[in-house]
Design a protein around this ligand. Structure first.
Ligand code: SAM
Length: 296
């Protein structure tokens, strides 16, 4: 089956019918049927012949084939066993593709990487299942896996949050968390019509390039993530009120006020105005002036 076929909605439907498989909306099965968008994704990943690629969600193999044409090896994880007979057919032309059955959030990723990409960095390229976009992105970042770049199709709203700057409506916990690990860029927005069936929302291709050095120095990374979670947890509260919910370090309101003063931050501002450096300053001050430590 040539590539042309998989971007024809009619042929995709016939292929699914022939194998007795219906689209599973609950699994985010919206398959790409647009050559330009496929090219845009692969171009953004800047694939070279020696590149190793991890794809999340093979679907019927549309993007997988495009990736296989440019890279050395593509490992694709797909949760839906029903699609495997279709993938056998559509990927028969690609000896450099390995499809693994499993849930990307449950698989032992360290092992998968050790087995398939030993001692090499890899690229993640995917048209993500939208019901788990954020958990997938955060899981790959928090586990500190050795990928260099992630080029993913996500909901447009999520893309805006990933790339948002302080003081904007879309800026929040996800922006700070992702920008701590990566430099995000929106490659382009994508209409729902390039998928079959079309999803209910518009989409965007985003590129998350892993930072080689963190943008801020942290004394205690867990503390940093607790601070941003608290600061954005109650968006309408002032920073002081939001951070006072941090127990035990912020529990004492006066102490928290003193910590913010030490960082030259107005306790009455809202968290959404702070940049990553200011969150780091607060977390570092809390770690440094920890009453639990001084009692020892
Ligand atoms: N790559 C194909 C394309 O571009 O047309 C399919 C993309 S489709 C948006 C997302 C795919 O992810 C579906 O095939 C779905 O079955 C699969 N998927 C959903 N949840 C998954 C999970 N937890 N782990 C692995 N794959 C999953």
């Amino acid at each position: 089956m040539d590539m042309q076929n998989l971007i024809s909605p009619k042929i995709v439907k016939e292929l699914m019918m022939r194998h007795g498989v219906a689209f599973n909306k609950g699994l985010g099965q919206n398959f790409l049927v647009d050559r330009n968008i496929l090219k845009k994704i692969v171009d953004a990943a800047d694939l070279k012949k020696q590149d190793l690629v991890l794809e999340i969600g093979a679907g019927i193999g549309t993007l997988t084939r495009e990736l296989a044409e440019r890279a050395e090896l593509v490992v694709s994880v797909e949760i839906d066993k029903r699609l495997f007979p279709i993938l056998n057919e559509t990927l028969s032309c690609c000896p450099n593709v390995k499809v693994i059955h499993g849930d990307i959030l449950k698989l032992d990723m360290d092992n998968l990487i050790k087995e398939n990409f030993p001692d090499r960095s890899f690229k993640i390229v995917a048209n993500l299942p939208y019901y788990i976009t954020t958990p997938i992105i955060m899981a790959f970042l928090e586990k500190e896996l050795s990928f260099e770049v992630m080029v993913v199709m996500v909901q447009k709203e999520v893309a805006k949050r990933l790339a948002a700057s302080p003081g904007t409506q879309d800026y929040g916990l996800l922006s700070v968390a992702v920008q701590y690990y990566t430099c995000p860029a929106i490659v382009g927005t994508v209409s729902a019509n390039v998928f079959i069936p079309p999803p209910k929302v518009d989409s965007a291709i985003v590129m998350l390039r892993k930072r080689s050095v963190p943008p801020v120095e942290l004394k205690d990374r867990k503390m940093f993530f607790r601070v941003i979670r608290a600061a954005f947890g109650q968006r309408r509260k002032t920073l002081l009120n939001a951070l006072t919910t941090l127990e035990p370090e912020g529990g004492d309101r006066q102490r928290m006020e003193w910590i913010l003063g030490k960082c030259n931050i107005d306790p009455k501002v809202r968290g959404e105005l702070l940049g990553i450096q200011q969150f780091a300053d607060i977390a570092n001050a809390l770690a440094e002036y920890n009453p639990a430590n001084s009692n020892k």
